[in-house]
Design a protein around this ligand. Structure first.
Ligand code: AMP
Length: 460
């Protein structure tokens, strides 16, 4: 079946089409092409789609098309499982709403004081994006009303149910008009979701977007291990394969932290990425990984969602993902753009069922291997090639990458090849530098002037 992918074929305003152009959304993604005609026609839609598929824009364009900016009542509600996702969704809606003057998009998530949210609510909002618990709190306090609601979106519905939000969802939905349009997005469709769609939706259109097949330059290896040898197996594989960079996926925050501690104590260049990190720590962790200052990242799926990390040498599934889509998503991060990559998955006896599901989903048969005995004289972990220097100055100070390269290389003691990736943000900048040049670089940056003044620099 061929589907047109040109946005101009849709019932969108010229202003909206212009916004899409400025955002460089040239063509619809598959989930957009299949769902937008029905969404814009006001139909209910159930879509099976992952993060990265463009699903947010699909429902955002739909709900924005129906909004009446002159009416200050909640007209659209998007429910998401996590605060992080809700913030991302709210940002995408705001970006897409640029051409519609005065559209107010408010996010209502737990973990943030409810009082400030209550104040914002008094000023009215057209679109609410939030997590079920907090949205229900405000509803129960009668700070919001959904009797004017036109569009209800359940984003990552399977995850919301996994997190135990069924009751909150039921109560919120009961407060919305039956005439609403309901859009449900989910990566998987367990029976619980099927049941929900039957009671909530009116002859919904089903959209299934095929997962892009894995690139065939990815080597998938499954090793059988006993559950008490998991960390030893990870250390053995890292030492033997010695990847220049790798992401290690765990299923829980606790596993992530435990494995990070073990690897760190062993001497690996490693950092952990989990949902509890402050935004700034998260940014610095990613930056150090992307510029070669950290070789290994231990992460949960939630924390790694939506991250743009390309060209990984290795993905190691320390624990098998809970579902096939998540597995494919993890594995697909290695071996991109013609590079080869390896994806290793550790299997324990308890994973038999999950392994069978994976086997059904893969084009070629999978054979689990026994992990060979470790070398009697293991090598030592290799350090990262680079270190990161943090400069307390950025775009606001008119700093540009060229100023930083200039300050580093002016004396001739540091060559261009020793300078790595440079990231200039509004008030901070970061530069990667070869480890053996770090001291020299720090003293150049602290003593030389850039843009006519001195900036403080420190090793991250
Ligand atoms: P999502 O799956 O909603 O998380 O979207 C993944 C990313 O793709 C986001 O950064 C969007 O801004 C971007 N995106 C969505 N639709 C398009 C499109 N048609 N063309 C290019 N980028 C898009």
């Amino acid at each position: 079946m061929s589907v047109t992918t040109d946005f101009s074929t849709l019932a969108l305003s010229n202003e909206q089409l212009a916004t899409l152009k400025t955002l460089k959304y040239e063509q619809m993604t598959p989930v957009q092409a299949q769902s937008l005609p029905a969404i814009l026609a006001g139909e209910d839609v159930i879509a099976q789609a992952q993060t990265g598929s463009g699903k947010t824009a699909a429902f955002a364009l739909g709900l924005l098309a129906r909004l009446n900016p002159a009416h200050f009542g909640v007209q659209a509600l998007v429910l998401c499982p996590t605060r992080e996702l809700a913030e991302q969704v709210a940002d995408e809606i705001r970006r897409l709403a640029r051409s519609q003057a005065n559209i107010k998009v408010l996010s209502l998530c737990g973990g943030v004081p409810a009082r400030a949210q209550a104040q914002s609510l008094q000023h009215g909002a057209h679109v609410i994006v939030g997590t079920p618990g907090r949205v229900l709190d405000h509803l129960n306090q009668q700070r919001i009303h959904f009797n004017q609601l036109q569009t209800l979106v359940l984003d990552e519905a399977d995850r919301m149910l996994d997190m135990g939000f069924q009751e909150e969802l039921d109560q919120i939905i009961a407060a919305t008009p039956k005439s609403r349009q309901t859009l449900l997005f989910s990566a998987t469709f367990p029976a619980q979701i099927e049941g929900m769609t039957q009671s909530l939706m009116r002859s919904p259109k089903h959209v299934v977007v095929e997962q892009a097949p894995l690139e065939n330059n990815i080597e998938q290896v499954f090793y059988e291990i006993s559950s008490d040898s998991r960390e030893d197996a990870v250390i053995q594989l890292l030492l033997e394969r010695n990847p220049s960079n790798a992401i290690l996926f765990c299923n829980t925050k606790r596993e992530t932290h435990a494995l990070f501690t073990t690897l760190h104590n062993y001497g690996f260049s490693v950092q952990a990425l989990h949902g509890d990190l402050e935004q700034r720590d998260r940014e610095q962790t990613l930056l150090q990984f992307n510029n070669g200052s950290t070789r290994i990242l231990v992460a949960t799926d939630v924390a790694a969602r939506g991250l743009d990390i390309k060209g990984l040498d290795m993905v190691l599934n320390v624990a098998v993902a809970h579902d096939v889509d998540t597995h494919i998503h993890r594995v697909g991060r290695t071996g991109r753009a013609g590079e080869t990559g390896v994806a290793i998955t550790l299997l324990t006896a308890a994973d038999e069922y999950k392994f069978r599901l994976l086997q059904d989903a893969m084009p070629a048969p999978l054979t689990p291997l026994r992990l060979p005995a470790p070398s009697p004289q293991p090598s030592r972990p290799e350090a990262a090639a680079m270190v990161t220097i943090h400069i307390m100055g950025g775009k606001k100070d008119k700093l540009r990458p060229g100023d930083i390269v200039g300050a580093l290389t002016r004396s001739g003691a540091i060559d261009f090849d020793s300078v790595g990736k440079i990231t200039v943000q509004s008030i901070n900048s970061y530069v990667a530098i070869k480890k053996d040049k770090a001291k020299l670089a720090l003293s150049s940056l602290n003593n030389d002037k850039m843009k006519g003044r001195r900036f403080k620099a420190r090793l991250l």
